[in-house]
Design a protein around this ligand. Sequence first.
Ligand code: SAM
Length: 263
Amino acid sequence: MTLTEIRAALDSRGLRPLKQLGQNFLHDQNLAAWLAEKAVEGLNPGALVVEIGPGLGALTSILLEKNLRLIALEKDRGLSNYLRDRFRSEIASGKLDLREGDALQLLPKLEASPAVICGNLPYYISTPLLMEGLKLSGPPARLFFLMQKEVGLRLASVSGNKTYGALSVLIQAAYDVSLVRTLPGSVFYPPPDVESVAVQLTPVASPPVQPSERKSFAAVVQRGFSQRRKKLSNLLPVEDERRAEHLTPAEWIALWRGIEKKN
Ligand code: SAM
């Protein structure tokens, strides 16, 4: 959608972008086409795709041109009503299943496991949504999100780095992380103060931590990072004098397995 189309769509409904819902609408059409293409690249016809936060439909309209089944989860009532009108025929034909509500609550209740979960995420849910993604028992083949650059950097960060934390360890134990492209604030309306990044997450083959074990793994890792200056031996039942940030994800897994064995 162009900037003019976005403004007109909002005006037609008496809406304005809500900061508290992270509403920054993508108005660069080439970028939207490129992102939607990347998100669903290589999928089989009819594959199930979930879009988080469709907004006014900038990515949705392009995704609907592909031969896919799309479920879109939008929290904002005004935007959901707009989308219901805009995509009336796609909804009627069953190509688009638009669900109004909080993606964090709707995602775990999906009746089928999607091939891809994608979206231009509202900033405030990127971390909780990724944690939700870790809980999915049948992980999608790909997660493809636009998010705040700072969060993307944390996901891809390596041990010893300032940005390396519990989120980096938990995500990297489950997914290969690829920072695909940085986007300036100017491609959104209204422009956010920070840069964004397109992130692709692909599940690692034979994950070392099973989805059923992730809760216990997360508890240990989060405890370890809860006071970054303390040695692990002061935070966890281990004789390890290192600090949390000095262990690679593989070392964290070994440490957690050791603790599990003792219990
Ligand atoms: N996809 C659109 C685009 O690219 O222009 C909008 C992206 S905007 C950054 C984020 C969207 O997520 C908004 O439409 C907002 O209303 C919606 N949203 C915010 N919180 C949500 C939540 N908890 N669950 C589902 N959607 C949410």
